[in-house]
Design a protein around this ligand. Structure first.
Ligand SMILES: [Fe+2]
Length: 208
């Protein structure tokens, strides 16, 4: 076994990301099977490409090819693919068919009220963020340093993340997340998303 074979074996054995199965979401309120299955396939592509980039960059490092335009562009690409993978996992993980409601006495609920004045105001801001023109994501973030929470817009997969913050609730607002079912009516999709939020999962991501 050559050094490269050994390295490749290690990479594939220990470092490859695995595709998560989200078939349990089929039948979610207001989201068709066709839309969800297409979405799962898109997500799988991000996992594949993240693994491919990880392996390729490791090989380029070992081969001394780091001072090249190819290495630079693949390095830039990595964050886009990786976030495409991980954001989809946060998104699908914070959904469940029919939704699970937020416990009004939970620390997260109290934090949202503290920050936004009321849960209604938080939701209004989250929906408004999701309605921004463009393709990307809406994130409810916890700043682990200040313990504040923010609704933010992430452009595509990689621009707009808040450093050191923990994603609590993630909503996909790329057109592929809703156009099959809703056309240009993104608000209808956001309504459906809210009916499928698993607040048990979202609350579990919050540590005050
Ligand atoms: Fe997506």
């Amino acid at each position: 076994m050559t050094k490269r074979d050994f390295r490749d074996k290690n990479v594939k054995t220990h470092m490859s990301y695995q595709v998560k199965n989200y078939d349990h979401l089929l039948g979610a309120t207001g989201l068709s099977e066709q839309l969800l299955k297409n979405h799962f396939t898109l997500y799988q592509g991000y996992v594949t490409n993240t693994n491919k980039l990880s392996d390729t960059l490791a090989a380029m490092l070992e081969d001394g090819n780091t001072g090249t335009p190819e290495y630079a562009e693949l390095k830039r690409r990595f964050g886009w693919e990786w976030n495409g993978m991980r954001l989809h996992e946060y998104y699908f993980d914070n959904m469940v068919k029919g939704g699970k409601s937020l416990n009004a006495d939970s620390p997260l609920s109290k934090k949202l009220v503290e920050e936004f004045g009321s849960l209604e105001n938080w939701e209004k801001d989250f929906r408004a963020t999701g309605a921004l023109r463009g393709i990307g994501w809406t994130a409810l973030y916890l700043d682990t340093t200040s313990k504040r929470v923010f609704n933010t817009w992430i452009n595509e997969h990689d621009a707009g993340h808040l450093s050191g913050c923990t994603p609590l609730l993630i909503m996909d607002v790329f057109e592929h997340a809703f156009m099959i079912d809703y056309g240009l009516k993104r608000a209808g999709y956001i309504d459906a998303f809210f009916k499928n939020i698993d607040w048990t999962v979202v609350s579990s991501r919050f540590t005050d």
